[in-house]
Design a protein around this ligand. Structure first.
Ligand code: CO8
Length: 259
């Protein structure tokens, strides 16, 4: 199934894997207001579509994942509209992070500024060898505004986040992996590598996978242990739990129903 937007391609395959492609290749997929609105629409649709098991986000063309927020639009902002634009982007990226199905960023080129922030809003990131990451906002007299100061600090630790953001330097895919910014680097197509990884993830109990994402993101909150215990208890009453444990004891492969 595919749905058409002007700047975002949205397709779902027969395994329930949705691919969301930011598609403005002539502008290196820069995030203008239209792209952000369409991303919000797509992810609102994903949240309520029970047939979608996982999501891959990637960039159109062969040069960029997303080269940042659209600098032409940024130029028009003042204090009030700038704050609002930052909050709007933060909310959309939070919507992506809150997807209770695995979201993998297939980073196929430049992931700069808002593009690096979009990558960080994904649960997992796989980069192509030519990918490059950076938060160059200070060079434009700005700071990251789509949650990047927060997510980069959580992913890399404060010292490394400070170094990347204060220098605005770009790092290669290999360096990004060493820093913990991406999970892996592939010499092939990162979208294919994401599908391969999803093959492993989606063979597990679907309710457990969703609960694990929720619990892990609660490690940022004070009640993380409580959320973990509550979800653990809920899982103990699922059909998937009965099936997973029975399959182990009966020495066979489980057939999960996602219930
Ligand atoms: N915004 C708008 N247009 C862009 C952007 C961008 N971020 N990036 C590239 N483009 C456009 C170029 O202007 C060019 O358009 P045209 O052909 O019409 O001149 C086209 O894409 C191709 O780009 P280049 O010719 O520059 O391609 P190169 O291969 O020479 O260079 C680079 C590639 C190095 C990626 C270069 O394009 C570049 O430096 N781009 C800007 C990167 C950047 O600074 N990104 C950060 C932007 S700031 C940001 O993301 C803030 C996020 C938080 C905002 C919160 C509140 C709103």
């Amino acid at each position: 199934m595919s749905q058409s937007y002007d700047t975002v391609l949205f397709e779902t395959d027969d395994k329930g894997i949705a691919t969301v492609t930011v598609n403005r290749p002539k502008k290196l997929n820069a995030l203008n207001d239209k792209v952000l609105n369409e991303l919000a629409d797509v992810f609102k649709a994903i949240q309520v579509d029970e047939d979608i098991e996982a999501v891959i986000i990637t960039g159109g063309g062969d040069k960029a994942f997303v080269a940042g927020a659209d600098i032409k639009e940024l130029r028009e902002l003042d204090n009030r509209s700038g704050r609002m634009a930052s909050q709007k982007g933060q909310q959309i990226f939070q919507l992506i992070e809150d997807t209770r199905r695995p979201v993998i960023g297939a980073i196929n080129g430049f992931a700069l500024g808002g593009g690096a922030e979009l990558a960080m809003a994904c649960h997992l990131r796989i980069a192509s060898e030519n990918a490059a990451f950076g938060l160059p906002e200070v060079g434009l007299g700005l700071i990251p505004g789509y949650g990047g100061t927060q997510r980069l600090s959580r992913l890399l630790g404060r010292a490394r986040a400070l170094e990347m953001i204060l220098t605005g330097k770009q790092v290669s895919a290999d360096e990004a992996q060493k820093l913990g910014l991406v999970n892996s680097v592939t010499d092939g197509d990162p979208e294919e590598a994401a599908r391969e990884l999803l093959g492993k993830i989606l063979s597990n109990g679907p309710v457990a996978v969703r609960s694990a994402i929720k619990a892990i993101y609660h490690s940022d909150h004070q009640n993380g242990y409580q959320v973990e215990a509550d979800l653990f208890g809920e899982l103990c009453e699922t059909e998937d739990f009965i099936e997973g444990t029975s399959a182990f004891l009966e020495k066979r492969k489980p057939e999960f129903k996602g219930k």
